[in-house]
Design a protein around this ligand. Structure first.
Ligand code: C2O
Ligand code: CU
Length: 511
C-alpha cells in the first residue's frame, strides 16, 4: 500500500474526521452572487522617492455565498484576495506589510513540521512577491517571519516585463494554513510594450483567482487533519467548494465581445482543467512571466497551484446566452452575456512579442535534481517529500553564479505532478522525458524510456512555475540574474512545501 492509498483508505474509514458537518456546495443555489473584483491598493505617500503602500493583515469576515453566514478568514485590509497592487515597469515601490492578526491561529498547526515547533509563536507571517525579481532582503524568506504587532517594509524594483504576479504568505511550516486562511493578493506590472498591443482593458480586463475550500454548514472554513493528533499534517488538500475571487458560484455580466482574464490558481493542491460549457476555446496570450509570442488556441486549460494564465475569451457567439466556466465536474463561474456591446473590441494581435530562446550551449552547469516521494514500506509512517534527498535545514547545495545560465533537470520519481517554483528568476521549459524510475532509484542511473517532449505552445513562454510530471525528467533553463543572495525553490503544492519539499538556494557573485 502506498502512502497515498493509505491516506485515502483512512479517509474512507474513521481515522480522519468524518465529513458530517461539512457543506455540500451543490445543495446551494448556483450563480446568485456577482463576481467580486479585489479592490485596488492605494499608496499612502512617498518614502525615499518611492510610493509607499501600507497593507495590514487582519482577521476579517467575508460572505462567500448569499445563503451562508459570513466566513472568518485572514485577509489584507478588509479583503481576501487582498487589494491588487498596480505597478509600472521601472517604477519601484515600497510596501509595508503589517501583521495585525490575532495571537492565535484558527487552523490546525502541525508542530512537528520544520520551523513550526512549539518554541515559536503560532501566528507568524512573511510576504513573498511570487514571480518578482526582488532583492533577497525583500523576497520574503520563510524564516524572516514576524508576529502580530510587527511590520516589515519590502522594496519592489519592478525591473521586469509586464505580467501578473501575486503576493502571499510564506511563513515556515504554516504557509499552507496562512494561505488557506486567505493571505494572498494580486500584483500587476504593466509596461509600454504590452500597453501598445490594444488588448481588452478597463472593465474588459478581469482578474480571476481560483481556489478550493472545505466549508462547514455554519459557513466556516474547515481544514482537515490526519488521524494522529501529534502530527495533523495531511499530504494534500482538496475542497469541494471552488471559489472565484472569494465567491462560491459567482456570475459575471459580460457583453458579447472579447474579455481578458488574468487568472491565478491560488489553491493549496488542486490543479484546474478549465473549459467552457459552450465548447468555445480559450485564447491564451500569456503565462506566469508575461505574454507569449502569439495567442494559443486551447480547449482545456491546465493550471497547477501558483501558475497564472492570461486568456482572452470571446462571448460574441453567445449573445444573450449563458456560458459556464468549469473544471472537471465543478461549475465555477457563469457568464451572462448581454445583447449589446458598449465598445467593440479590436481583433487580437497575431504577434504579441518576441521571446528569445536561451540556448542550451549557454548553460555553464546542468543540475540533476530528484523529486523524491514520501512512500515507505510502513504505510503508517508519514514521510516528507524531498528535493534531491535533502531537507530544508541541510546546507545549501544549489549555488548558481550570478548572470550565468544553468539547466535544472527535475527527476520526478513520484506518482504526483509537482509544480516547482524558483524565486527571483524566470525560466524556459526545455522538455520532458519519461525514464525508468526503478533503475534510477536503485542505481541512480537515468534510463530514458521514450523521446523527449517539448513544452506545449502555452508553456513555451517565460515561466516561474513548471509542472514536473510524474516519472518524467523535466528540464528548465534559467538565467540567474537580478540579485545575488539567498532565495528558495520549492513545490507549490503547499502541503508538500511545508513538509520539506522546499530548499534554500544561493545566487553567488562571480569572483
Ligand atoms: Cu508562490 Cu515560494 O511561492
Ligand atoms: Cu509537490
Amino acid at each position: 500500500m502506498t502512502r497515498r492509498e493509505f491516506l485515502e483508505a483512512s479517509l474512507a474509514s474513521a481515522l480522519l474526521p468524518s465529513p458530517a458537518g461539512l457543506l455540500d456546495p451543490n445543495r446551494l443555489p448556483k450563480f446568485v452572487d456577482r463576481l467580486s473584483i479585489p479592490p485596488r491598493a492605494r499608496s499612502i505617500g512617498i518614502r525615499n522617492k518611492f510610493p509607499l503602500y501600507r497593507i495590514p493583515m487582519r482577521q476579517i469576515e467575508r460572505k462567500i455565498h448569499r445563503d451562508l453566514p459570513a466566513t472568518r478568514m485572514w485577509g489584507f485590509d478588509a479583503a481576501s484576495p487582498g487589494p491588487t497592487i498596480e505597478a509600472r515597469r521601472g517604477e519601484p515601490l515600497l510596501v509595508e506589510w503589517a501583521n495585525e492578526l490575532p495571537q492565535k491561529h484558527f487552523l490546525p498547526i502541525d508542530h512537528s513540521l520544520h520551523g513550526a515547533g512549539t518554541d515559536v509563536p503560532e501566528v507568524r507571517t512573511i510576504i513573498h512577491l511570487h514571480g518578482g525579481r526582488v532583492p533577497p532582503e525583500s523576497d520574503g524568506y520563510p524564516e524572516n517571519w514576524f508576529t502580530p504587532g510587527k511590520s516589515v517594509v519590502s522594496f519592489y524594483p519592478n525591473r521586469q516585463d509586464a505580467t501578473m504576479l501575486w503576493y502571499h504568505d510564506h511563513a515556515m511550516g504554516i504557509t499552507r494554513l496562512n494561505m488557506f486562511a486567505g493571505l494572498f493578493g494580486l500584483y500587476v506590472i504593466r509596461d509600454e510594450e504590452e500597453g501598445a498591443l490594444d488588448l481588452p482593458k478597463g472593465s474588459y480586463e478581469i482578474p480571476l483567482v481560483l481556489y478550493d475550500r472545505s466549508i462547514r454548514n455554519d459557513g466556516q472554513l474547515f481544514y482537515p487533519v490526519s488521524g494522529d493528533p501529534a502530527k495533523p499534517w495531511i499530504s494534500e488538500f482538496f475542497g469541494e467548494a471552488i471559489l472565484a475571487n472569494g465567491t462560491l458560484f459567482p456570475f459575471l455580466e459580460v457583453e458579447p465581445r472579447q474579455y481578458r482574464f488574468r487568472m491565478l490558481n491560488a489553491s493549496n493542491s488542486r490543479f484546474y482543467y478549465l473549459s467552457l460549457s459552450n465548447k468555445r476555446p480559450f485564447r491564451q496570450i500569456g503565462s506566469d512571466q508575461g505574454l507569449l509570442t502569439a495567442p494559443v488556441v486551447i480547449e482545456r486549460l491546465t493550471m497547477a497551484p501558483g501558475e497564472r494564465a492570461d486568456v482572452v475569451l470571446d462571448f460574441a457567439s453567445a449573445r444573450g446566452g449563458r456560458v459556464v466556466l468549469g473544471s472537471d465536474r465543478y461549475s465555477i463561474l457563469e457568464f451572462r452575456v448581454s445583447n449589446t456591446v458598449a465598445a467593440e473590441n479590436h481583433p487580437l494581435p497575431v504577434r504579441l512579442r518576441t521571446i528569445e530562446r536561451i540556448s542550451e550551449r549557454e548553460a555553464v552547469k546542468t543540475r540533476p535534481l530528484s523529486l523524491d516521494g514520501g512512500d515507505s514500506d510502513d504505510p503508517t509512517l508519514v514521510m516528507p517529500m524531498l528535493l534531491n534527498g535533502a531537507r530544508w535545514h541541510d546546507p545549501v547545495t544549489e549555488d548558481p553564479t550570478l548572470d550565468t545560465v544553468e539547466i535544472w533537470s527535475l527527476i520526478n520519481t513520484t506518482d504526483d505532478s509537482h509544480p516547482i517554483h524558483l524565486h527571483l528568476v524566470r525560466f524556459q521549459i526545455l522538455d520532458r522525458r519519461p525514464f525508468d524510475v526503478f533503475t534510477y532509484l536503485n542505481d541512480r542511473e537515468l534510463r530514458y524510456t521514450a523521446a523527449a517532449v517539448p513544452p506545449e505552445a502555452n508553456e513555451a513562454g517565460w515561466k516561474d512555475v513548471v509542472r514536473a510530471e510524474p516519472r518524467m525528467v523535466t528540464r528548465i533553463i534559467v538565467r540567474f540574474e537580478g540579485f545575488a543572495g539567498r532565495y528558495v525553490w520549492h513545490c507549490h503544492v503547499l502541503e508538500h512545501e511545508d513538509f520539506e519539499m522546499m530548499r534554500p538556494y544561493e545566487v553567488v557573485k562571480a569572483h
